[in-house]
Design a protein around this ligand. Structure first.
Ligand code: BMP
Length: 250
């Protein structure tokens, strides 16, 4: 088990929380964005088990300021996922992965459609060398994900399968630290859980603002729920994160 995975588990146990806080905060200036992100992180830190930062924040703040936020998160005892959904050819993916790992990130999301050989193999190798995590996408939360992750494909033996079933079987062989399946399709979470078995953490975004239900996703087999706007846009991120954490623990 990677250090990332055990740190999420530890934080989740200590805080009785399955919530990963997504920080896609929009502010007009770099300083305001940094301050707001840090404030939200501090307010919610007792009620979440991990933070997730996306590319908009890296583009606005720059990697070195983002790295300071990652350090702050570590001081709070929380790991941070870089949601970069890596999707290029291998040598370029590896360059980006190294930059993110050197900035302190504990795990990266990757686009499974890129494939293993010459695509994600070097990133997975790099993450294992550094004891970090990799989280491949198996089914995204938005409607259009049906066009790719949900399409029917012919597997090698000629049988018709759903793309996400093929991907779930594939990533199981990659020995990763978790997978991403949108919370908006509990029936897919259930099927993917059957394929990957009980030991692979499933991270599910798409609750509340995108229409998914925390409890339905949990009952279908999600391990962690990724929540962004419902917490960081609320007037009181501390109370809102506590309320959502409670929904998942009762
Ligand atoms: P929100 O709770 O505000 O809808 O945010 C969801 C977060 O999860 C965003 O950071 C988004 O990038 C991410 N996400 C998603 O919404 N669907 C996916 O399929 C994969 C994601 O990473």
């Amino acid at each position: 088990m990677s250090r990332f995975r055990s740190e999420v588990e530890k934080a989740s146990r200590e805080r009785c929380s399955r919530i990963v806080l997504a920080l896609d905060i929009l502010e007009p200036s770099k300083d305001r964005l940094y301050e707001k992100a840090l404030w939200v992180m501090r307010e919610a830190s007792e009620n979440v088990c991990c933070f997730k930062i996306g590319i908009p924040t890296v583009l606005k703040l720059g990697l070195s300021d983002v790295s300071r936020l990652v350090e702050e998160a570590h001081d709070m005892g929380l790991p941070v996922i870089m949601d970069c959904k890596l999707g290029d050819v291998g040598h370029v993916n590896k360059m980006m992965a190294i930059l993110y790992f050197e900035a302190g990130f504990d795990a990266l999301t990757v686009n499974t459609l890129v494939g293993f050989e010459g695509g994600l193999d070097s990133v997975i190798e790099e993450s294992k060398k550094r004891d970090r995590g990799i989280l491949p996408l198996v089914y995204m939360s938005h409607k259009g994900a049906e066009e790719t992750f949900g399409q029917t494909v012919l597997s090698k033996d000629g049988t018709a399968r759903k793309m996400y079933e093929v991907l779930a079987e594939r990533v199981k062989r990659w020995d990763v630290d978790g997978i991403v399946v949108g919370a908006t399709r509990p029936e897919v979470i259930r099927e993917v859980r059957d394929i990957v078995g009980p030991d692979t953490p499933i991270y599910s975004p798409g609750v509340i603002f995108q229409g998914g239900s925390l409890r339905d996703a949990l009952e279908a087999g999600s391990t962690y729920l990724i929540v962004g706007r419902a917490i960081y846009l609320s007037e009181n991120p501390r109370e809102e994160s506590a309320r959502l954490k409670k929904i998942l623990s009762t």
